[in-house]
Design a protein. Structure first.
Length: 268
């Protein structure tokens, strides 16, 4: 068993609920010291307390991924507490829904701002910190970035989500570009592309989509399941296990990938 000082320090954004919460639990179970970071500090505190109650290590931090000053403050608090950062998971994300011709600048800025720009801003800050730290011994990565993109980052045909699709394609592109540029520094950059995951975001989308399509909410959920060959909605834990793998030594030589975790809904 590794000592406490050897435990990886990993920050997860948007960790106060949904997929980020499950990722935080999975990373903590794998032995990491998890920085649970969210726009909602109370939600972050709750998740950190759950993890501590399970005998693992987590601390809550407040972050707004769209605000450079907030990101810098969070990073410096994490490093102040744990001494370094080994991996950063850009999970914070938002969605809204509207037909393309009804999309507003506000919809565009909000989705692009949190999903794409937030990933950019946090990754820059985290990678600068990783590069300033002493090189770890061995051939393993010096740091890892894991981006939570989406099936909508590869499959553009997602009604009412053109702005969200654009933001998630941006995340997949950024993942590849960063992976190429940062490989010589031994920093790996990968993405995970979930499908239909049962979270608060999905619950909101089901209501919006039902209204926009003029069907009931059950029909929308049935359609999600019908679109998923493995035959059920995803759980946040389905995504979390793959993030834990990407932060483990088993993924040391993996970079620039955008891994589908969607029950077969989209294969590419
Ligand atoms: N639920 C799905 O079906 C699904 C599918 C594919 C991809 N995703 C992606 O997975 C990620 C998590 O989604 P979820 O379903 O758990 O969402 P969610 O809405 O349930 O939770 C998102 C969390 O992000 C936080 N957040 C929002 N804006 C933030 C900001 N500016 N700074 C910091 N934190 C912020 C929220 O407070 C919340 O705790 C998102 O990037 C989302 O796009 C979700």
């Amino acid at each position: 068993m590794s000592s406490d000082r050897d435990a990886q320090v990993i920050c997860v954004t948007g960790a106060g609920t949904g997929i980020g919460r499950a990722i935080s639990h999975a990373l903590a179970r794998s032995g990491a010291r998890v920085a649970v970071a969210d726009l909602d500090p109370t939600a972050a505190e709750t998740v950190a307390a759950e993890i501590e109650a399970a005998g693992r290590q987590a601390t809550a931090f407040e972050i707004d991924v769209t605000d450079r000053a907030s990101v810098a403050r969070c990073l410096s608090e994490v490093v102040g507490r744990h001494g370094r950062i080994d991996a950063w998971c850009n999970n914070a994300g938002v969605s809204t829904m509207a037909p393309f011709l009804d999309l507003t600048d506000e919809d565009w800025e909000h989705n692009m701002g949190v999903n794409a720009r937030g990933t950019f801003v946090c990754s820059q800050a985290a990678v600068r910190q990783m590069l300033a730290q002493p090189r770890p011994p061995g051939d393993g990565p010096r740091g890892r970035i894991v981006n939570i993109a989406s099936m909508a980052g590869k499959r553009g045909n997602a009604p009412f989500l053109a702005h969200y699709v654009a933001s998630k394609f941006a995340v997949v592109g950024l993942t590849q570009a960063m992976a190429g540029e940062l490989a010589s520094a031994r920093i790996t950059v990968n993405a995970v592309c979930p499908g239909y995951v049962r979270t608060g975001m999905q619950a909101r989308e089901v209501q919006w989509e039902a209204r926009l399509r003029g069907v009931d909410a059950e029909r929308v959920v049935d359609d999600y399941v019908r679109d998923t060959p493995l035959g059920r909605l995803q759980t946040p834990e389905d995504v979390a296990g793959v993030v834990a793998f990407l932060c483990s030594p088993a993924a040391d030589f993996l970079t620039g990938e955008a891994i589908n975790v969607n029950g077969g809904a989209f294969m590419d």
